[in-house]
Design a protein around this ligand. Structure first.
Ligand SMILES: Cc1cc2nc3c(=O)[nH]c(=O)nc-3n(C[C@H](O)[C@H](O)[C@H](O)COP(=O)(O)OP(=O)(O)OC[C@H]3O[C@@H](n4cnc5c(N)ncnc54)[C@H](O)[C@@H]3O)c2cc1C
Length: 537
């Protein structure tokens, strides 16, 4: 084992949160920062070109490609859990949709004891990171000079507007700004893109500061454990690509930003977690923290997929060849056309029934025919409408059954009956929108669930056999004060000094929307806390 150097802060994971932290902490030239990332640098063209998202969700070089344990609520199926493994983390492989959630999500965190995390307190951190390119949005809610570009899609597919009009016929109103405090209705999503290209956190937060002399970035270095001495984190042990092990010393703190799968897993491997589980795989218990890896929440999702007679939606067909060629040129001469599409272009927030206090379902519409049998593309055109449950009651976990190898991921999808019931309503609503004009004039015919699946029981069976995740796992190092909490409201691991977790895993409950912007906000706020605590230490 070699010594890799001494730093003030060692940040583990250069993803959505970690890249932000590395930027903000290294802004103080008196601090020496090391950012450790298991994946490579982000040179691949598939990352910059938005449509590359289709490739990246299955790409072993930039993706951990996890898979779940058999899911009890999904007829024992396993589902894939892609996670970014590259500078930028999941923000480098995600769908780029920029959404923050609902005011009530954050107010509920504060009410549960996470002081300082209510909506009004976190809003400045969302604004600080953001450079919104749409000057028409309310500046009270949007930043214009932060590092992260948030843009309107360059060339949304016309189907998006048809979707909105069809929803309007069902009294679902358009939503002018999905990032106002209480979003509801449908529209075209804003995306984390700059000039038509993906703006991952690596590009937004790391690229501009890469030459800072006090910021050291190690890639292709996987942290195996946090090193401890008498209840204090002293550094990390990591494994380089060539298999050699190295130790880094953290004079002040180790900050885990390895994401909702990686962060609890590193804690478990470091002996911090449920004592019985750690002993079970032969580990040494450093701190008995029963909440580590528990409380996993994710947005359970199912698709209605239709083929279309019209070739307006994206697709591969002989008739579409001239358009595909034109789209290639639009990209080459201005980063536009289909290649600038994030695929999940539009959608919105709706209530499964009028009695719901706020939207409990989210749509993501792909103006293209997604494969219903696991292929990357299918021949032909169509539309695919995702429906997900915004605040699922089901809970899962990240655990370990052995000291080495991969963690066991149980997303717990649909283990709560209420989530299944909501999805049934969601699929009915999705179908109703697709049947309305002007969607109907695309000549849609349903591939899944299929016209013969109409009863509640039939739909339940279809959902259990087809539901998956929209890739938003959170909550596995939950912030709070009770026995199940892992970090306090300053994101310090309970009972251990010099150790924080700053990423999506600290959410006590999942937000009502996509989770990238919230992970970035958590890091913005976490950075302020770390810097403030340094001065008062
Ligand atoms: C395919 C996909 C599509 C998505 N689409 C959207 C979307 O459109 N909009 C949206 O808002 N959200 C989306 N999300 C979710 C969103 O991207 C994540 O919630 C967010 O990026 C999580 O940020 P994080 O910092 O917690 O973790 P990550 O960004 O995943 O970062 C964790 C980093 O830690 C590294 N790491 C892990 N373990 C170790 C270790 N042992 N040693 C060193 N490094 C380690 C990882 O390689 C990674 O780089 C999507 C996610 C995926 C996977």
């Amino acid at each position: 084992m070699s010594e890799g150097g001494e730093f003030d802060f060692v940040i583990v994971g250069g993803g959505s949160a970690g890249a932000v932290l590395a930027n903000r902490l290294s802004a103080d030239p008196a601090l020496r920062i090391c950012l450790v990332e298991a994946g490579p640098r982000d040179g691949s063209p598939f990352i910059g070109i938005p449509l590359g998202v289709m490739w990246l969700t299955k790409d072993a070089r930039h993706n951990w490609l996890f898979s779940t344990a058999p899911q009890a609520g999904l007829n024992g199926r396993t589902v894939s859990v892609p996670r970014g493994k590259v500078l930028g983390g999941s923000s480098a492989i995600n769908g780029m949709v920029y959404i923050r959630g609902h005011r009530a999500d954050y107010d509920a965190w504060a009410e549960a004891g996470c002081t300082g995390w209510d909506y009004d307190s976190v809003l400045p951190y969302f604004r600080r990171s953001e450079a919104n390119r749409n000057a028409g949005l309310d500046a009270a809610f949007h930043g214009s000079d932060g590092p992260l570009a948030v843009s309107d899609l360059r060339n949304p597919n016309p189907v998006d507007l048809d979707f909105m009009e069809a929803a309007g016929r069902l009294q679902i109103r358009p939503c002018a700004d999905f990032n106002a405090p209480e979003p509801e209705g449908v529209g075209i999503y804003q995306v984390t893109q700059k000039d038509g290209k993906r703006h991952s956190t690596a590009r937004a937060f790391l690229a501009p500061v890469i030459r800072r002399g006090n910021l050291h970035i190690l890639t292709e270095a996987e942290v195996i454990r946090v090193d401890m001495a008498t209840g204090r984190a002293t550094g990390v042990t990591l494994r380089r690509k060539d298999g050699t092990e190295q130790r880094l010393t953290a004079r002040r703190e180790v900050v885990l930003s390895a994401g909702a799968i990686g962060s609890p897993d590193i804690l478990l491997r470091s002996g911090i977690g449920p004592a019985a589980q750690i002993r079970g795989f032969g580990g040494t218990v450093v701190a008995d923290l029963p909440g580590v890896g528990q409380n996993l929440q994710d947005h359970v999702d199912v698709m209605v997929i239709c083929k279309s007679r019209s070739r307006t939606p994206y697709g591969i067909s002989v008739g579409a060849l001239p358009r595909l060629a034109a789209d290639g040129l639009k990209w080459i001469f201005g980063n536009g056309g289909m290649l600038s599409s994030n695929m999940v272009e539009a959608g919105g927030f709706v209530r499964s029934s009028p009695g719901e206090p706020r939207p409990d379902l989210q749509f993501h519409i792909i103006p293209g025919r997604k494969s219903h049998r696991g292929r990357m593309v299918e021949y032909g055109h169509g539309v695919s409408l995702h429906t997900c449950v915004l605040r699922p009651e089901s809970r899962g976990s990240v655990t370990r059954s052995s000291a080495t190898g991969r963690p066991v991921i149980d997303l717990g999808l649909l283990t709560a009956e209420a989530d299944l019931a909501r999805l049934v309503k969601g699929v009915r609503l999705a179908r109703a929108i697709l049947r309305e004009e002007p969607m109907a004039r695309h000549g849609l015919s349903e591939i899944i669930p299929g016209d013969d699946v109409q009863s509640d029981e039939g739909l339940k069976g279809f959902i259990q056999q087809n539901a998956r995740t929209v890739y938003h796992p959170v909550g596995t190092c939950a912030m709070g004060r009770g026995p199940a909490a892992v970090v306090d409201e300053r994101l310090r691991v309970h009972g251990i000094s010099g150790l924080r977790v700053v990423d999506a895993s600290i959410m006590p409950t999942i937000v009502s929307g996509n989770t990238n912007a919230p992970a970035i906000m958590i890091a913005e706020k976490g950075a302020d806390m770390i810097l403030a605590d340094r001065l008062s230490a």
